[in-house]
Design a protein around this ligand. Structure first.
Ligand SMILES: Nc1ncnc2c1ncn2[C@@H]1O[C@H](COP(=O)(O)OP(=O)(O)OP(=O)(O)O)[C@@H](O)[C@H]1O
Length: 288
């Protein structure tokens, strides 16, 4: 069972997990395809950022998306989350072909992401940042909220409880009342993850979540991401740190200059000559 870093008064570790899990169908269809990229090409003017890229993300896995700078990793995220529309090719998520959905619609479909450069509401507290993410699911009408109907009170209270549970789950409940901008950098990264989890994603996309972390912080983050996977989430991870990627992911897709050059389990990727060459610029020179 999970061991949240900080418990909250009145909220046992089991209750934290219950809150984190409560609205989701977890562990359903593990191993089935959740998202499928089929020959996705994305051009910016004359530059081909993704060139006929195909791969699947399976339910319940941590998939690593790696490649040298400029390989197309973030563009891939952006195509999946509705920031850019592919020039050609198809992206299917949980049975829905992504076409002209707006970003909020993609969030409702069940895709959440964090950003390379942290994006939080700096003047809001940590708790408020998570509650805002939960709000999208609530059913109170605007008039209901204005006259503060019983349903509105109930939803407000359960949103706060669930946001606290999420903060406890990622290990930062002790700073729930602090403004986001006053949190240490590592806490801000965890807060982004809590906020993304608050949207109850079927797919959680993490863009370099360990950037700027020291080795001990990276180890803790690896533990958290494993825990997230073990709670039944599917995770897509962009990360440059090879130790973290190799130690954490179930499978890896490697991009180089917008092309997929390899796909497989970490041990296969580590020894793949094309991957070694992509990272070192020379073949077979001991990538590790
Ligand atoms: N909005 C844009 N307009 C023009 N070119 C872009 C845009 N976004 C990305 N690119 C280009 O597309 C290519 C792929 O960029 P992308 O950011 O996806 O790479 P990346 O693998 O995420 O790199 P990094 O590891 O450095 O973050 C790069 O050559 C980049 O300059």
């Amino acid at each position: 069972m999970t061991d949240p870093k900080h418990t909250v008064e009145g909220l046992s570790p089991d209750a934290v997990i219950e809150q984190v899990e409560q609205h989701r169908d977890i562990h359903t269809g593990v191993g089935e395809t959740l998202m499928s990229m089929q020959e996705v090409t994305l051009r910016f003017g004359g530059l081909t950022a993704l060139d006929s890229v195909s791969f699947d993300i399976k339910r319940g896995e941590i998939l690593g998306l790696i490649g040298p700078n400029g390989a197309g990793k973030t563009t891939c995220f952006n195509a999946m989350t509705g920031v850019y529309r592919p020039t050609s090719g198809t992206i299917t998520f949980d049975g829905t072909v992504l076409k002209r959905q707006r970003r909020y619609q993609i969030t409702r479909l069940g895709i959440a992401r964090t950003f390379q450069n942290i994006r939080l509401f700096a003047e809001m507290t940590a708790l408020e940042n998570v509650v805002v993410g939960l709000d999208a699911r609530h059913r109170t009408s605007v008039p209901g909220a204005l006259v503060r109907t019983p349903r509105h009170f109930h939803e407000e209270k359960s949103a706060v409880d669930q946001a606290m549970a999420l903060l406890a789950f990622v290990g930062i409940a002790d700073r729930a009342a602090d403004k986001a901008r006053n949190l240490p950098y590592g806490y801000q990264r965890r807060l982004e993850i809590a906020r993304a989890l608050g949207t109850e994603p079927k797919l959680l996309c993490l863009d370099e979540p360990a950037a700027g972390f020291n080795p001990a912080e990276k180890d803790e983050l690896m533990g958290l991401i494993r825990q997230i996977r073990d709670e039944g989430y599917t995770v897509l991870l962009i990360e440059h740190d090879m130790r973290l990627v190799m130690g954490l992911t179930d499978r890896i897709v490697v991009l180089e200059f917008g092309n997929k050059i390899a796909e497989g389990k970490p041990e296969q990727i580590r020894d793949d000559p094309a991957v070694v060459a992509a990272y070192l610029g020379v073949p077979d020179d001991g990538a590790a």
